[in-house]
Design a protein around this ligand. Structure first.
Ligand code: UN1
Length: 509
């Protein structure tokens, strides 16, 4: 199995494209290990790729959708055959623990499996006309060229949420992945090309942020891009949205989260502790769906925090090739960001979860830690008690292994606290009271709600997406994403042999 992919990825075959500016993607568990070496293109790379994509898309759109579905099926089987090695590459390039990396690859397979069938089901509708001898129909038509810009915390699964439905619907794609996940991007693109997606239909480009923006504007102005998909921070998403708006385009934006979890007084506490641990510190808190604010009823606060603190101190952190709760942070820039967040800890906060705060080093060790603290970007987990609604850590996404706790008295107050930061991606409640669960679902402004389950780990065929600062209401996954990558075309067919005028030639009873 492994040998099929080792010709594509691995230490001896670093990814390369032409352009300007060299970038080394490093293993965050061992910064001396260079995983991929890429040349970042300048502002001309992205518009050139969209032109090529535009030409290729015309032919791809002529391939019948069930046949495109068969290509997607082939991609799913190739990913499955290479699951182990692709997951190993994910672990090596971004430090995602092995079990989660395998889960991430499984999410691509699930996405392919789902959309294979959609190739035979890209339904339109027949619609009754208000006039005789006239028929109305709707058709889904591909948008054309999609530019997809993705983050590196889910370097394969989240891109597949765009790539798979976009290709299935008959579009061409220009994919600009995060540079610190360049090797995984190359591996996934290679598998798609090997599955039969034509090279011009799926284009992989590497570019720095500034060049991407400039290039995107050039392409939007030239009319060679018809849809932009962006996963990343709310701040950059707002810039992408503003740029698209200038050219009358509505992008698909999947942005940050400050995801709350409410623990009610009747909750099963051990279950809630387990859910909070995975949601908050799993993946080192680097999912857009990671838990940010724990909102705990004041009657159970002390006991809940005591148990969570104990669970956190007992958790294994370290080398992501092993069985750990989390490994290193994704990349140096995420480590720098997390250090800034740690600088926001205030005197009224109680810091729990570890013996130390900051980087795990030989002088600030962690019990049970496996790994090399000298070469890896490892950080102590932080549980911050006593958070207030005005605190920076309460209001902003942290994207690191830190969770804050605040307390509440009434469920309405808890829901208000959950909504206060203005994001709206994912939210969870731990409760044994169905009425509380239902009222929570009604009141919380999140696109994804969980009852007695983690804030993260959405299934691949449910709508994924958020509101407020988490996105513009667009949804990925399942059938809902088809509305991002197709547009409705109506057909109005008159066979009466005369000019029938809508609204004017209609008999009223
Ligand atoms: C992200 O962090 O950008 O629901 C996506 C989850 C994953 C996807 C997270 N399936 O946590």
């Amino acid at each position: 199995m492994q040998s099929t992919l080792s010709s594509v990825i691995g230490p001896d075959t670093p990814a390369r494209v032409d352009g300007g500016g060299e970038y080394l993607s490093r293993n965050p568990a061992n910064l001396e290990d260079v995983v991929a070496e890429v040349t970042l293109g300048g502002p001309e790379v992205l518009p050139a790729a969209t032109e090529q994509a535009q030409r290729a898309q015309r032919e791809w759109a002529q391939v019948p959708a069930p046949v495109r579905g068969r290509v997607i099926a082939g991609l799913g089987r190739l990913v499955e055959a290479n699951k182990e090695s692709l997951a190993r590459l994910v672990t090596r390039e971004i430090g995602k623990p092995r079990a989660e990396a395998l889960g991430e690859v499984q999410e691509i397979i699930d996405t392919c499996d789902f959309f294979v069938g959609e190739g035979r089901r890209l339904y339109g509708q027949t619609v009754p006309s208000e006039m005789p001898d006239k028929q109305l129909f709707t058709f889904r038509v591909p948008v054309g060229v999609a530019v997809v810009i993705t983050a590196g915390n889910f370097p394969a699964a989240v891109p597949s949420w765009y790539l798979v439905p976009a290709l299935l619907c008959g579009n061409a794609v220009v994919w600009k992945p995060a540079e610190y996940a360049a090797g995984v991007a190359r591996a996934l693109a290679e598998l798609a090309w090997r599955a039969g997606v034509p090279k011009g239909v799926l284009n992989l480009v590497y570019a720095d942020g500034e060049s991407t923006f400039q290039g995107l504007e050039t392409a939007l102005a030239a009319g060679t891009v018809n849809k932009v998909g962006f996963t990343g921070s709310s701040a950059v998403g707002a810039q992408v949205g503003a740029l698209c708006g200038k050219y009358l385009q509505s992008p698909c934006l999947e942005l940050g989260g400050k995801n709350p979890m409410i623990v009610t007084p009747d909750a099963e506490l051990d279950l809630a502790v387990e859910g909070a641990l995975f949601s908050g510190w799993g993946t080192a808190g680097q999912r857009c769906t990671s838990l940010g604010n724990l909102i705990v009823h004041r009657d159970i606060h002390d006991e809940f925090v005591r148990r969570l603190d104990a669970a956190l101190r007992a958790a294994t952190i370290g080398d992501p090739t092993g069985d750990v709760l989390y490994g290193p942070l994704l990349d140096q820039k995420f480590a720098d960001n997390f250090e800034n967040i740690l600088g926001q800890i205030q005197d009224h906060h109680t810091v729990l979860g570890s013996e130390s705060v900051g980087r795990i080093t030989e002088s600030a060790p962690r019990k049970g830690f496996h790994g090399d603290p000298a070469t890896g970007l490892y950080y102590h987990p932080v549980l911050l008690d006593g958070l207030r609604p005005d605190d920076h850590v309460f209001r902003n996404e942290t994207f690191g292994p830190i969770v804050g706790v605040s307390t509440y008295e009434t469920l309405d107050e808890a829901i208000e606290l959950g909504n206060a930061p203005g994001y709206g991606l994912s939210a969870a409640i731990y409760t044994t009271d169905p009425a509380s669960a239902f009222r929570f679902r009604q009141g919380i402004g999140a696109g994804m709600v969980s009852v007695n389950n983690s804030t993260s780990g959405a299934e691949a065929h449910l709508p994924f997406g958020g509101n407020g600062k988490s996105g513009n209401g667009s949804r990925q996954s399942g059938v809902w994403v088809l509305d991002q990558f197709t547009r409705w075309q109506s057909l109005n067919w008159d066979f009466s042999g005369k000019l029938q005028k809508a609204q004017m030639d209609v008999d009223t009873v």
